[in-house]
Design a protein around this ligand. Structure first.
Ligand code: FPP
Length: 282
């Protein structure tokens, strides 16, 4: 198929996948290459509190508004047929927040799961949780385990919620799990990278190709430390409750502009067969 025709076909496909689109979305989608989407997007949803403060609302109103952005991101990624979306919903550090805010977040999570599970299931999404689940309130654990169980045989996008999650804690848990396995087998061995990856909470998921953080903060904040080794990182000033579908498409377009080299040279820098190999690039 000639290039322009192929592009037109994909463009139509993008709008079709997303259903009704606004004029702005149609303009953005026209530039999006559906063949080069990330397999896995991970998002640090930040800025709920500031969003609420700017409106003279309590912080929790920002979290409630943040749930709507999460819903939009989940639906969009599922429709674009990504393999995985991971949302950082509650970190191991978030226990330092006031008890009233923690209780609200846990309640919001329970509500979200109870209300959205039928739709998640209907859309063939597999629900997973990343984190020390045993330390969450019993009622949250029940909802989470049910959502994992009900959707376990689905074959579509994996939706992973990072809950009571810490990247360092995850690596420590993986190492301890390997040690336990080795002790049981009476076979102490040196640990390989691939073995460690198999013991992370994300075992079996592709590594994120794109990490998004909203609200202008430029940190990784202990999120998926092992898995983002080669991820493209996209920071935006937009606060999470304002992170709409066009914002997500813009992040995808920025991702498609990046050249991913995994430590190798740029195409234009590749030595010709006769030339000596030069210094490496990152
Ligand atoms: C950061 O905002 C956000 C969180 C602590 C995570 C909470 C996320 C949600 C409620 C949305 C998704 C929920 C579900 C159930 C999918 P912040 O409070 O740190 O904002 P700030 O930096 O402006 O104070």
């Amino acid at each position: 198929m000639p290039n322009s025709k192929r592009h037109r076909t994909l463009q139509v496909a993008a709008s079709e996948l997303l259903g009704t689109v606004s004029a702005e979305e149609a303009r953005l989608l026209a530039a999006l290459d559906l063949q080069r989407l990330p397999r896995h997007i991970a998002i640090i949803m930040d800025g709920n509190g500031r969003w609420a403060q700017r409106r003279h609302l309590p912080r929790v109103a920002g979290h409630r508004a943040g749930v709507q952005s999460a819903r939009t991101a989940i639906e969009t990624c599922a429709r674009l047929k990504l393999e995985a979306l991971t949302l950082y919903a509650f970190s191991v550090e978030n226990w330092r927040r006031p008890k009233s805010e923690i209780d609200f977040l846990m309640q919001l999570l329970r509500e979200y799961l109870r209300r959205e599970l039928p739709l998640i299931h209907k859309n063939n999404i597999r629900f997973r949780v990343l984190g020390r689940i045993d330390e969450l309130p019993a009622s949250v654990q029940r909802e989470v385990r049910e959502a994992v169980e009900v959707t376990s045989r689905n074959t579509g996008m994996i939706l992973a919620l990072a809950l009571n999650y810490g990247g360092r804690a995850e690596i420590v848990d993986a190492v301890n799990s390997i040690l336990a396995e080795q002790r049981a087998a009476h076979a102490p061995e040196q640990v390989q990278e691939s073995q460690l990856a198999r013991h992370l909470y994300t075992a079996g998921m592709p590594e994120p190709d794109l990490l998004i953080r909203t609200s202008g903060e430029m940190r990784v904040s202990n999120f998926l430390l092992w898995q983002i080794a080669y991820a493209e990182i996209y920071f935006t000033e937009t606060l999470w409750p304002d992170f709409s579908r066009p914002c997500l498409i813009e992040a995808l377009l920025e991702f498609q502009k990046r050249e991913r080299r995994y430590g190798a040279l740029r195409e234009s820098e590749q030595p010709s067969p006769a030339a000596p190999v030069g210094a490496s690039a990152r």
